[in-house]
Design a protein around this ligand. Structure first.
Ligand code: SAH
Ligand code: F3S
Length: 459
């Protein structure tokens, strides 16, 4: 039946935003592949273009709107072309896309991807197609993700969906719904398949991995109503991590993102115990001022955070630590900003992601506070924290010079085809001459130079 391949409709997915979105696109791709669609690397020739969108900051939404705008011409040329909006913007803007932006045919929120084939049929008969219903238990646990644009070596495996933390600045709880955890059996099954396919590294993924809790399914907030048996046999993140490390001894295990208020000492002990769990923790703090943390509804103080950092350094002395920081949150004054710089000086992070506060409609910060830090001041503060981070990154990476570290080779270096690149345990990129090595090899690299983002060495 050779003809069926050509008869299949072609689709492309363009993904924006966080790792969870990239992981979700692999789920969507799998659903489409099993429903008569075929993926295409060139969206120009596709019958269906899906944009997996991000709402985290206004800038992200503007970029995506521009992309949508650019499809107008394409749609004029190909009247059969269908365009769909997935992800957080779909949930946030719902029907608005179909009504105001006539080029969108399909709007599907993060919990409704199984419905895409039905919705595509609805479009065919001229109906509009929207499903943005948030779910209590959807984790896509029985879907085998199609690894899009994969290097065949490292893969994301999602373990939780949604977030219950309600940081006042964040749209995620609204766009991705309440927090729920995935059945550990299905996590093991997915990793086993990756292992058999030759993958060497997995990253357990969630908005808030430390609050993973499996008690048989359902929302995390409903755990209090679980039966005694469910409570007794429940599985926390540290137990899950331990289980994965024991079951997949020859694979590297990473996880992201951790939340200071939920990270337990048990997790640190499990990390210290297993060689195959990478020694890196991404630990967003957002601000170094208790006043701002309170306004953000973060459930940790600066001193709680420092205590946690102390514990990490004590239990896992060689652990890499990175952060997310927001600058210019409402009512942030020069003193608050100084405290952020002081906290950065205290921790000396290896790297970080730093953002200007962006007011998001619907969040409680939007409702309660004026976005009252002038743009110029936000920008200046952002530049200051970026400069400081670069200084720390350079200093920390300099410490690797003269030492050796194990690197998993991922791909060719962007700068030269004579070099490989891969990451060390601490999630730092290492570049070195290819010699006889190949992607997927674990190699020991002697570090002889560094920039603020990369280590340079030789095997
Ligand atoms: N726990 C999540 C956080 C998602 S958002 C995770 O998996 O990483 C990623 C980062 O974006 C946050 O840590 C925060 O630093 C930043 N961010 C979120 N909302 C923001 C906003 N309204 N303005 C600026 N930055 C924001
Ligand atoms: Fe957002 Fe805070 Fe959750 S940053 S994803 S509400 S931990």
């Amino acid at each position: 039946m050779l003809a069926t391949v050509d008869n299949k409709k072609k689709y492309s997915i363009i993904t924006y935003g966080c790792q969870m979105n990239f992981s979700d696109s692999e789920v969507v791709s799998s659903i489409l592949n099993s429903n008569g669609y075929q993926s295409s690397d060139n969206y120009i020739n596709s019958d269906l273009i899906l944009l997996n969108t991000c709402s985290i900051r206004e800038k992200a939404e503007i970029t995506i709107r521009k992309k949508l705008e650019s499809f107008k011409k394409l749609k004029k040329k190909n009247t059969n072309l269908k365009i769909g909006v997935l992800g957080c913007m779909a949930e946030r803007l719902k029907e608005k896309f179909l009504i105001e932006e006539k080029i969108v045919d399909l709007v599907v929120g993060p919990d409704a991807y199984r419905d895409i084939p039905n919705l595509l049929e609805e479009i065919e008969i001229g109906n509009s197609a929207v499903n943005v219903i948030l779910s209590k238990d959807e984790t896509y646990d029985n879907i085998d993700p199609s690894r899009l644009d994969s290097n065949g070596i490292s893969a994301f495996v999602s373990i939780t969906r949604g977030c219950d933390n309600m940081c006042t600045f964040c749209v995620v709880p609204f766009t991705r719904g309440r927090e729920r955890s995935r059945d550990p059996k299905s996590i093991i099954k997915e990793i086993l398949k990756l292992k058999n396919d030759g993958y060497k590294e997995i990253t357990l993924l969630g908005q808030n991995v430390d609050s993973y809790l499996w008690y048989g399914g359902g929302l995390k907030k409903d755990f209090k109503n679980a039966s005694e048996l469910q409570k007794k046999s429940s599985l926390s993140f540290s137990k899950l991590l331990n289980l994965m490390a024991d079951n997949f001894k020859n694979m590297r295990i990473r996880f992201t993102t951790s939340n200071p208020q939920d990270m337990s000492e048990d997790v640190l002990n499990v990390m210290a115990k297993h060689k195959n769990i990478c020694k890196h923790i991404h630990l967003p703090v957002q601000s170094g001022s208790d006043k701002i943390l309170r306004l953000m509804n973060r459930k940790h103080t600066v001193s709680d955070y420092k205590e946690l950092i102390g514990n990490i350094k004590k239990i896992i002395p060689d652990c890499g630590i990175s952060h997310d920081m927001i600058t210019g949150f409402p009512n942030e004054n020069d003193d608050d900003h100084k405290m952020t710089l002081e906290l950065m000086d205290y921790v000396k992070y290896d790297f970080g992601f730093m953002f200007k506060y962006s007011q998001r409609p619907g969040t409680s910060a939007y409702k309660k506070f004026d976005d009252n830090v002038p743009e110029k001041v936000k920008q200046k503060r952002l530049e200051e924290i970026i400069d400081l981070q670069q200084k720390h990154s350079f200093m920390n990476l300099k410490n690797y010079v003269g030492k050796s570290c194990e690197v998993l080779i991922e791909k060719e270096s962007k700068k030269s085809n004579k070099y490989w690149c891969g990451r060390n345990d601490q999630n730092i990129m290492v570049v070195f001459p290819k010699k006889n090595h190949k992607p997927g090899d674990f190699v020991n690299i002697e570090i002889n130079d560094n920039t603020s983002t990369t280590l340079i060495g030789t095997s």
